[in-house]
Design a protein. Structure first.
Length: 270
């Protein structure tokens, strides 16, 4: 799991240190013992922002990703993931790959085509290029998402960095979905940005197959405003009650369950 802050956050300040401070640091770190003490003092003084945890939830993961940051996490089957926009300003560029078989990955075209719907909402499957459901949208209180534009150059770079931490290459990362900054198609076919939903908006996903989740917090191609923090929480789901009963969705779930069952019985008979 990796979270990389923005450049300013990584530095911890907006300007270069003064010469006196530079000399003080050099003196303090002039020996192994001094360097260790300095590092521990820095760590003790650091404040790590965390998302608010919903009542009754025991998270296996809780991250606050700053503007310009990214994360990569491996999530097991049966995980519930909540991405949220605490300030009403973030934009989360999301990409999924099957963890044990990363050549199977999110296919945004099929995610739009198979459910006959380009706008994400509760019940929408995030489909792989093999027709299987990597995740299902369980709930959505934002309503401002985009499956049409893909990432900015900055977001793509962040996703590539996140992928590299999992041993993946840029060619493994396809078009992504943008969460919390919406786009709508006009009658003339033109794309129009609809901005962010309300502060505190969230989208919950249920993970059907083990996945590597890559996410970048960066501006949208049609909305270049600076982004706010992005919260990411994951926990083990007790049950899965699908909000979708469409035949296309049921067929994709059947394909997914068959693949999972087969993966549990891979021993070669003697």
């Amino acid at each position: 799991m990796t979270v990389t802050p923005s450049a300013d956050a990584a530095r911890g300040q907006d300007t270069a240190p003064t010469p006196a401070l530079t000399e003080e640091i050099a003196t303090a770190t002039g020996s192994t013992d001094g360097a260790r003490a300095h590092a521990r003092a820095q760590a003790a003084a650091a404040t790590i922002a965390r998302p608010e945890i919903p009542p009754g939830v025991e998270p296996t993961l809780a991250l606050r990703i700053p503007s310009g940051g990214y994360a990569n996490v491996v999530l097991g089957r049966g995980t519930r993931v909540r991405l949220s926009d605490p300030s009403g300003a973030t934009c989360a560029h999301l990409f999924l790959l099957r963890a044990e078989s990363p050549w199977e990955r999110l296919n945004v075209a099929d995610t739009v085509k198979v459910p006959w719907q380009a706008y994400l909402s509760a019940g929408h499957p995030l489909l792989s290029d093999q027709g299987r459901v990597l995740a299902t949208v369980l709930t959505d209180t934002s309503g401002h998402h985009d499956t049409l534009c893909g990432p900015t150059g900055e977001a793509r770079h962040q996703l590539h960095l996140a992928a590299a931490k999992q041993g993946l290459e840029p060619r493994d990362v396809g078009p992504s979905i943008a969460l919390f900054r919406g786009v709508r198609v006009g009658a003339d076919g033109a794309l129009a940005a609809t901005g962010n939903g309300p502060a505190g908006g969230a989208i919950d996903l249920f993970v059907h197959l083990p996945v590597t989740l890559l996410v970048a917090n960066a501006a949208h191609p049609l909305d270049d405003r600076p982004t706010g923090d992005l919260d990411l929480i994951a926990w083990a789901a007790d049950t899965f009650d699908s909000p979708n009963d469409d035949p296309e969705y049921r067929r994709a779930v059947e394909n997914t369950e068959a693949a999972w069952a087969a993966a549990q019985h891979t021993e070669v008979p003697a």
